[in-house]
Structures are given as structure tokens and as C-alpha cells.
Design a protein around this ligand. Structure first.
Ligand code: PHE
Length: 447
């Protein structure tokens, strides 16, 4: 089965679209707040460059050389023990599991576009009530907007690599950048900007625990879409003459710049109106809407634009979360693309409803085990267990298993003198960092 190809720019946009998501705008600012601002940002930037860049090239290479779905890629590329290695390709399942809760959060965002258009909450406590009512009682509302997220994502994936995913990203990503750009220029001229800047870039080392380090690596993977099969499956559609080094630098730069810009904009608004930076996941859904209200008319406009941008970021990532298993069904079982998209769509749609129910007051107790509800379990299993494991598998696979000749002949022309540095990092630094993260995030060892 031959996989369709992106255009070169289409590939870059799609890969950036996958990377830039809720992780950048929703998650990055609040974990930065939790783990001490500047110190966390520095560690995060370091891990992005050291581990993120290294593993991204490895993941791209597996897709580029294999040209098939994740399972088949590992199977065909492994020189021996194929039966064993092919199981590493199940990392593609991780993305479908992430999509279960990702789609629910996109639903919240779509709902907040309407909240922003109709009536913003006038204070933090009102904003808290609005959010908690949606979360704990708004079953119908959440299912309604989750359905919209499901329909859009499935339709785009059903239209295929070129006619669906590439086109979608080519429109939504520039729109997202434009919106953030406008908000950044506005924020730049506010008094709160310098406070936001020093908050994000002045390190407070005392808050930098080993846990913060593990969270930084985990987030670097999540935000760069590494270890989920998304980048791998897109790279299987990278034109032969495409350059993996340029592409990954482009993705990393784009993703990092957008995270930093989003953080600066958010914190400027918060500081300007005296709101607290560290508010956990409620930052975007509670603190921010209240601040937008205080900003007056411009706040109304910005709030709609902001949630729109967030929805764009989420949806372009969502299609890349669904694609790995869609491609698997097409490749392995000869499904038509439409049928595969519907099957995978229904998978995340139905489990997404379970994720919603697991936070609704009356059904939550039945869907909570060991202190975590179904929604939290999906997040925990994917980002703390499956993701570092997949990262490790890829680093070992490309670093030790595939014939070195193949790696050299493909990447050396693109990397030049940098090749040995990358190869060293892949074989030694990335695996060690990932083992530490795995042990730390699963709580087996706290270093
Ligand atoms: N990178 C996306 C984000 O930051 C999430 C994502 C993870 C998308 C894995 C695809 C694959 O939100």
C-alpha cells in the first residue's frame, strides 16, 4: 500500500500543526507557573534542544525509511527479531488514547468561543462557577461540543493527506499565528509585559525539583508530538527530497516560539489585571476569561479570537492524533480511508463520552479508580508511561538496531559535521534522560 505524499511546505505545516496544540497554549503556561517560571522555562528549552531534537529526527527517520504505518515500519526496518520489534509500533495507539481526552478539551474550547461571544464571567469566582458547572454538570454541553470536534477531525482525516490534512493546516496554522501575533503586539505595549517577561525568564532555582525536570522532558515530548507515532506517520508521507533536519528545526522553532509567545501574552494580561499566574489547568478557562471581561470591549474581541486560535491549535493536532491508527487500518486491513476514519473517530468519540462522564458529579465515582478518574488516567498512562517508553524504543531502535549504514547514508548528507553529535546524543543522552523520566513520572524512583 503506497502512502500519499505531502508537498514539502505542506509537510512542514502539518508537522508544526501537530506540534502546536493545546500543549503550547493551555498547558505550557500553567506548568511554567507551577514549577517556578524562568527556571522551568530554561530546563524546558534545554530538553527540547537536547532530547527533543534528537528523538524527533529518529522518529522522522523511521517514518521516512519505512513509508508505512507505525507497526509495519518497525517490522520492515528491523534487521532481525522483526516479530518482536513490530510491537514498538503500537506506540501509534498512544495517540488514539490521547485523542480521547484531547477531543473533550477541544469541546470545552469550542464552548468557550460561545461563552466569549455571549457573556464573559465578570469575576474570578463567577468564572470558576461557569467552568465547574460545565465540567461537573454540563453533560449535554460537553457532549455537544465534543461531537463537533469529532465531526471536524473525522471529516478532515477522511479527506486524506493532501486534500484533508495538508489543506486544513495550510489555512489554520497561518490564521493561528496571525491571531497570536496581533495579541502579542498588543500585550507588548502593556505595563504587565515586563513583569510577564521577568516571570518567564528570571529563574527561581529553588522551585526546580527533579519532578520539574521530569515534567519538562515529558512536556517537551508532548508538545513536539514525539513518541505518539504522529510525526512518524507524517514523515512516511514526506517527499523523498524532503530534509528531515530542516523540517525538525522548523517544527521545534515554531513550536517553541508559539509556546513562549502564548505564555507572554497570557501572563501579561494576568499581571496587568492583578490575577494569579499559577492556577493549574483552570488558568485558561477561569483566570483568563475574568481578565478578558475586565479589559472591556477589546477583551471581548480578544477572548473570541483567543479561543478560536486555541481551537485551531487543538484541531490541527487532533488530526495528527487520529492519523496513525487510521493509516494502520488502511495498511493492514485494507480499509478504505473513509471507513478507517469513521472507525477511529467513533473510538475516541465514545471513550471521550466516558471521559466526560468521569468528571460529571453523579457518574464520577463509578469512573474513578485509585484517586484518578478515567480522564486523568488517560492522561497519566499516555504521558507518564507510554510516551517515555516509546521515546526510549525509538532511540534504541535507530541508535542500535537499524543498520548504521542506512542511518548514515540518509542523514549524513543532511547533517554534515553535526551527525556524530546527534548520533551520540541518540545513543547515550536521550535514553538515559528517558529512563530517568520514566522512573520519575511513574513514581518508581524519585531522584
Ligand atoms: N503536540 C500537541 C500539543 O502540544 C499534542 C500532540 C501530541 C499532538 C502527540 C499529536 C501527537 O498539544
Amino acid at each position: 500500500m503506497k502512502i500519499a505524499q505531502f508537498s514539502r511546505i505542506g509537510f512542514m505545516m502539518a508537522a508544526v500543526g501537530s506540534a502546536v496544540g493545546l500543549g503550547n497554549i493551555w498547558k505550557f503556561p500553567y506548568i511554567t507557573g507551577e514549577y517556578g517560571g524562568g527556571a522551568f522555562v530554561l530546563v524546558y528549552l534545554m530538553t527540547v534542544m537536547l532530547v527533543g531534537f534528537t528523538v524527533m529526527i529518529a522518529e522522522m527517520l523511521i517514518g521516512y525509511l519505512g513509508r508505512r504505518d507505525c507497526v509495519a515500519n518497525f517490522e520492515t526496518l528491523a534487521p532481525r527479531h522483526k516479530q518482536w520489534w513490530k510491537h514498538a509500533g503500537w506506540m501509534g495507539v498512544t495517540s488514539s488514547l490521547v485523542m480521547i481526552y484531547y477531543s473533550v478539551v477541544i469541546g470545552w474550547i469550542l464552548n468557550y468561543i460561545t461563552v466569549a461571544m455571549i457573556q464573559l464571567p465578570s469575576s474570578v469566582s463567577e468564572a470558576e462557577t461557569t467552568f465547574n458547572t460545565m465540567l461537573k454538570q454540563g453533560l449535554g454541553t460537553q457532549i455537544f461540543f465534543h461531537t463537533i470536534a469529532f465531526l471536524i477531525t473525522t471529516a478532515v482525516v477522511a479527506k486524506g493527506i493532501k486534500g484533508g490534512i495538508e489543506k486544513f493546516n495550510m489555512v489554520l496554522m497561518p490564521a493561528l499565528m496571525l491571531i497570536l501575533g496581533v495579541m502579542f503586539v498588543y500585550a507588548f505595549n502593556m505595563d504587565g509585559f515586563s513583569q510577564a517577561f521577568s516571570y518567564m525568564f528570571t529563574p527561581d532555582w529553588s522551585k526546580l525539583t527533579s519532578e520539574a525536570f521530569a515534567v519538562a522532558v515529558g512536556h517537551a515530548f508532548f508538545t513536539l508530538s514525539l513518541g505518539y507515532g504522529a510525526i512518524m506517520i507524517y514523515s512516511a508521507s514526506l517527499p523523498k527530497e524532503g530534509n528531515m533536519v530542516h523540517s525538525s528545526l522548523f517544527v521545534i522553532a515554531g513550536d517553541t516560539i508559539i509556546a513562549l509567545v502564548a505564555g507572554l501574552v497570557l501572563f501579561t494580561f494576568l499581571f496587568q489585571y492583578g490575577a494569579e499566574p499559577a492556577k493549574g489547568p483552570g488558568l485558561v478557562f477561569i483566570s483568563l476569561p475574568a481578565v478578558f471581561f475586565q479589559m472591556g470591549v477589546i477583551g471581548n474581541v480578544f477572548s473570541v479570537l483567543f479561543f478560536l486560535a486555541l481551537a485551531f491549535a487543538g484541531l490541527t493536532s487532533a488530526v495528527s492524533l487520529v492519523e496513525p491508527m487510521v493509516q494502520y487500518l488502511i495498511d493492514k486491513y485494507d480499509f478504505s480511508r473513509l471507513k478507517a476514519a469513521i472507525v477511529m473517530g467513533l473510538f475516541f468519540y465514545l471513550f471521550g463520552i466516558v471521559a466526560i462522564l468521569s468528571q460529571i458529579e453523579w457518574s464520577a465515582p463509578a469512573l474513578t479508580w485509585g484517586g484518578k478518574n478515567f480522564f486523568d488516567w488517560m492522561d497519566y498512562i499516555t504521558s507518564s508511561v507510554l510516551l517515555p517508553t516509546a521515546g526510549l524504543a525509538m532511540a534504541i531502535f535507530v541508535g542500535y538496531v537499524i543498520e548504521k549504514e542506512r542511518v548514515v547514508s540518509t542523514l549524513k548528507p543532511q547533517m554534515g559535521w553535526f551527525f556524530p553529535v546527534w548520533y551520540f546524543s541518540l545513543r547515550y543522552i536521550a535514553p538515559i534522560a528517558l529512563v530517568v523520566v520514566l522512573l520519575n513520572l511513574t513514581g518508581i524512583i524519585k531522584i
